[in-house]
Design a binder for this molecule. Structure first.
Ligand SMILES: Cc1ncc(COP(=O)(O)O)c(C=O)c1O
Length: 468
């Protein structure tokens, strides 16, 4: 395999590599390399493409971290950022307000289901989930139900990297070496149909998940449970799509038991599934809160938020404790530049990108599905413009780890050589390209991925780790 150029070679031309190794702490590092690591240097982007430190053009397969929805280098977004910063770069949200955040809230409320009419802005997805959780705690304190605080979450979930949001995460590798507020969280099974018990139908698996949810509510006691938090499609867990009808049934149980339903649309929102929000449009659920981030500014500015049901706010307005304070706010809450970027980003989505995403999504899924012809691939699944290629050692046992812990990384290395950036997740490769991707670019992406997986299969055979 012709290796992707080593970081030492790149450093000869770009000092960023050595500087990073000397001074930068990257996210999700291993103890052995923390603070001393260089990653693939990228220097510019345009549309669905990135340019790496070698000048190599790469398709941005994961759109950054599921976020560059309108594509790189959109002049409209750069311009609005400049113009807003020149007009009003910042104002304290403690005792002033700005017009872009008020206007953005109106437009978000129009898209949000039911009475989700009010928006609290944060700096990203973790702080959005954190805000929803702290709001649930406040809400129940004010209602005089201080014991109603437990949070239901599921295996395979990813909700963030702040202490409480991270405590909901259900991917083992994220948690192995980290502390968590385990006494506040109750964990449920992952809704992953690919890994359902052998011989169980999808319908029976759905019943199993719903029964587990209902039994948990009964055994823990609804009076102790504040909310359920769930992604409509579990993104970082490997694009896990629960059985049809499952989310709605969970929503009904929550409603019957006065448990708030928080739909985490940090990934699925703002066009990834072809709609501004997917909860109601695609899953027929009306949550009590929706968290969002990433695609709201297409990654051009760090912004997130929570859309909150008017019913909950009115209850607080009418409570016996009108002076109780929701002691929660960030320096950058309602940031005028972020909100101005989000308004322009919404214009772009409405101006044809949402339609385009809906139009190319079936082609994207259908082309990727052809990779199931390769013996290393156990399943290709997805919806809209998010998909996952899950590799297995053996299709019968679906063993993901037996052959190689980091098969995704091997595929990523080959694909990088061929012109595609992949998001490797242990034995999986996640794809969520910018929504502006064309059919020709999809063909190119899939052709490279096919070749990357084929080369990985050859390597594994040569090394004698796998004979599929
Ligand atoms: C569903 C979901 N929620 C929350 C987060 C956390 O968002 P952030 O990284 O912006 O804090 C992520 C990040 O990937 C996510 O996928």
């Amino acid at each position: 395999m012709a290796a992707v150029r080593d970081s030492r070679e790149m450093a000869a031309e770009n000092p960023a590599v050595e500087l990073a190794k000397s001074h930068l702490v990257q996210p999700w590092p291993y103890a052995g390399s923390i603070g001393a690591e260089a990653r693939t240097l990228v220097t510019s982007g345009d549309g669905v493409y990135l340019i790496d430190g070698d000048g190599k053009k790469l398709i941005d397969g994961p759109a950054g971290m599921w976020c560059i929805n309108v594509g790189h280098r959109r002049e409209e977004l750069a311009r609005v950022m400049y113009e807003q910063a020149m007009e009003l770069s910042y104002n304290t949200p403690w005792y002033t307000m700005n017009a872009p955040s008020a206007e953005l809230s109106r437009r978000i409320a129009e898209y949000a289901p039911g009475d989700l009419n009010h928006v609290f802005y944060t700096t990203g997805g973790s702080s959005a989930v954190e805000t929803a959780l702290r709001f649930m705690q406040f809400y129940n304190n004010v209602r005089g139900r201080p014991e109603k605080k437990l949070i239901l979450s599921r295996g395979g979930a990813y909700h963030g990297s702040t202490y409480l949001s991270a405590s909901l995460n259900g991917r083992p590798r994220d948690r192995d070496w980290m502390d968590a507020a385990d006494d506040l969280v109750v964990k449920l099974s992952s809704p992953d149909p690919f890994r359902r018990p052998k011989g169980m139908s999808a319908e029976a698996f759905c019943d199993f998940l719903v029964d587990e949810f209902r039994d948990t509510v009964k055994s823990v006691g609804a009076q102790n449970i504040g909310c359920f938090v769930g992604e409509p499609i579990q993104a970082s867990g490997g694009v896990i799509i629960a059985p049809a009808g499952y989310l709605k049934r969970i929503r009904d149980i929550c409603r019957e038991n006065d448990i708030l339903y928080v739909s985490d649309e940090v990934v699925t929102g703002f066009g990834r599934l072809g709609h501004v929000f997917a909860s109601e449009e695609l899953f027929d659920i009306e949550p009590d809160m929706i968290t969002f981030a990433k695609g709201v500014t297409s990654g051009y500015f760090p912004l997130g938020g929570v859309v909150i049901s008017e019913r909950l706010l009115k209850e607080l307005n009418r409570s016996n404790h009108p002076d109780a304070m929701f002691g929660h706010g960030l320096t950058y809450t309602s940031h005028p530049v972020g909100c101005a970027v989000a308004l322009k980003n919404l214009d772009l989505l409405e101006g044809g990108i949402l339609d385009h995403a809906r139009a190319v999504a079936p082609y994207f899924q259908q082309r990727l599905k052809t990779l199931e012809e390769l013996p290393l691939v156990g399943e290709v699944r997805g919806a809209g413009l998010m998909a996952c290629v899950e590799c297995v050692a053996d299709r019968e046992s679906k063993d993901p780890l037996q052959l190689d812990k980091d098969v995704g990384k091997r595929i990523d290395q080959h694909c990088h050589e061929l012109g595609l950036l992949v998001r490797p997740l242990i034995n999986m490769c996640v794809m969520s390209p910018p929504l502006v991707i064309t059919k020709e670019q999809i063909d190119h992406l899939v052709a490279i991925l096919r070749e990357g997986i084929s080369r990985t299969m050859d390597d594994l055979r040569k090394e004698g780790v796998w004979q599929g």
